[in-house]
Design a protein around this ligand. Sequence first.
Ligand code: GLN
Length: 502
Amino acid sequence: MDNKEIIRLTALELSRKIEGGELTSRQVTDAFIERIEQVEPQVHAFIVTTFDEARKTADEIDKKRQDGEKLHPLAGVPIAIKDVVVTKGIQTTAGSKMLEGWIPPYDASLVVKIKEIGMPILGKTNMDEFAMGSSTEHSAYGKTCNPWDLDRIPGGSGGGSAAAVAAFEAPLAIGTDTGGSIRQPAAVTGTVGAKPTYGYVSRYGLVALSSSLDQAGPCSRTVIDSALLQDVIQGPDYHDSTSQLSSEVTAENSNYQAALEGLRIGSENDGLKGVKVGVVKQMQEGFAPEVFARFQEEIEALEEKGAEIIEVDCPHFEYALGAYYLIMPSEASSNLARFDGMRYGQRVDGASSDEMMANTRGAMFGEEVKRRILLGTYALSAGYYDAYYGSAQKVRTLIQKDFAEAFAKVDFIATPTAPTVAFKFGEKIDDPLAMYMNDIATIPANLAGIPGLSLPSGLAEEGLPAGIQILVPAKSDDKMYKFAAAIEAMTDKLPEPKGLEK
Ligand code: GLN
């Protein structure tokens, strides 16, 4: 098998071939490294690559396999990690100049899990600074290009992870999703991305953006690959009390088993008989015509497979974006206070410590980060707390109530993931509100803490990919994978991204 074929295999296929002795982890890792070297000048999905470490892990896994050790199915399958996740000994910048050159002394809990099973880490992927944005244009390390059209954005904030997966630079990647940063990049790059239930994956070692919303999750090219990866990273962690929500993954409750089952029912005629799918009354408008058409076709196909389509009323979704842009900046303004020129990263000196802090923050934070710190500080200030942060929290409760009422009637909710296909660089960068609108369909899930997954629904405007989003109640991640895999099984596979040479 040559390298061109190897990089096009899914993580599950790679895992089977490595387990079966048909490929070694070293061969697979080298194939992806060759691909990265070949396309990175065009895509720029990575801030740093860690090829030596990746090869070392691959060799160790191959040796263990030779010795007959029992290994995890994903052992030896390479992965890329968003640069907001701290990695011991490897520069972690969160896309900011503030952290340029910062080498963390520890691994995030999810990285510990990835290392424990022996997945070679290829590098750290590009992102909007401190995960604020929907296009990766806010990165201090240059833009990442969408493999479908190099003049277009790969989504954000996790555009690097999504682009790496779409460009066959990695079979799997880690993203983080505070308002849509896994799902929206997945939609516009024709890949799969999932935000687990809040608390399912430990936040220990994520550079914090908005602690009550942040959640790490998988990026891949197929639903079952994301399921496999979530099984690896989820589970209770001593370092993050919210992760206690999650239970240990077992063979019975694994997302992987659920996705397998989903693939089966998706290919059967009446496979979805009796399943109730909600479409949100408030999410019928504001989408590009072809993006919405692809969504409608999926809904019709679900009906043909026996699913019952039910309109659900979520009257407070209208306020979700407003509430998010109060809660998120408020928490971010507090979390980002730690970047003071003393504790981490860069420093710009001044005559006093106050001046040093002001100089450092002034020089090292980008425009969007400053905008949100201002917004958040204002929203939290004594006289305005109730009017802004307080009311946003009330809206959050109402959105949770909308979901609870909807899920009393339906098993799943489906929406288009992003309002449009990938837009051109520069199109929205000077218009923050237009940029914020990209997350209109993804934000409610973060506010409610429920899981959400985006998978390709087909090609829309300009022959570019669109995504469909699946939402389920909290702690039903396995059901989400099952249903998403069923949809994947009934949807035509996307062609390869057309922006790169073969
Ligand atoms: N685009 C959203 C924002 O800018 C989402 C970010 C995220 O999920 N990290 O806040």
